[in-house]
Design a protein. Structure first.
Lengths: 112, 110
């Protein structure tokens, strides 16, 4: 069974631009979560989706948004990028109700 | 709000030695997970602990959960260099999100 995939793997953007990251969960998994990892703040929860519904959102500004499609694939969008948005963005999926999460390889975003 | 604390943050140990990483959390939860992360890589699931008293072992690592004390431990037996990585605990908040600990960066010296 294929694991969680994330695209792109690396991204360099300029301040003020926007970016969209994509995550394809393990087949059959319906819950997708997103996390931001930085050296200073560690792993922080962004949001969780289940069957196209956002069930929880972390303490991030409204510039961070996401969605989930009917095939469980998920995207997150960050608008008006700031230098502090540089991070590793990790996506995780689980087959139901936030049980064991399996993480994708991450997208490394660098904002210059 | 649920808070998760890990200690130590950094751990440098000699090969062959034993040590324990601690994960304390602030509110009730009976689901806790341990992950390993190698530099520049994603998180690899190590253990899933789903009830009070749960104990899991894999190779030189053993994890346990005491929900009454709100404490989980990750014990390393006879450390080897390949165990060098950062270890995270994560607690299920019960509201569709995990809260991660700060991580413990382990370096095993030959």
């Amino acid at each position: 069974k294929a694991g969680v995939t994330q695209t792109p793997r690396y991204l360099i953007k300029t301040r003020g631009q926007q970016v969209t990251l994509s995550c394809s969960p393990i087949s059959g998994h319906r819950s997708v979560s997103w996390y931001q990892q930085t050296p200073g703040q560690g792993l922080q929860f962004l949001f969780e989706y289940f069957s196209e519904t956002q069930r929880n959102k972390g303490n991030f500004p409204g510039r961070f948004s996401g969605r989930q499609f009917s095939n469980s694939r998920s995207e997150m969008n960050v608008s008006t990028l700031e230098l502090g948005d540089s991070a590793l963005y990790l996506c995780a999926s689980s087959w139901r109700e936030m049980r064991e999460q399996y993480f994708g390889p991450g997208t490394r975003l660098t904002v210059t | 709000e649920l808070k998760v604390e890990q200690n130590p943050l950094f751990l440098s140990m000699q090969e062959g030695k034993n040590y324990t990483i601690y994960c304390n959390y602030s509110t009730t939860s009976d689901r806790l997970y341990w992950y390993r992360q190698d530099p520049g890589k994603s998180l690899e699931s190590l253990f899933v602990l789903l009830s009070n008293g749960a104990v899991k072992q894999e190779g030189r690592l053993m994890a346990s959960l005491d929900t009454k004390a709100r404490l989980s431990t990750l014990h390393i037996t006879a450390a080897v260099h390949d165990l060098s990585a950062t270890y995270f605990c994560a607690v299920d908040s019960g509201t569709y999100k995990y809260i991660f600990g700060t991580g413990t960066r382990l370096k095993v010296l030959a």
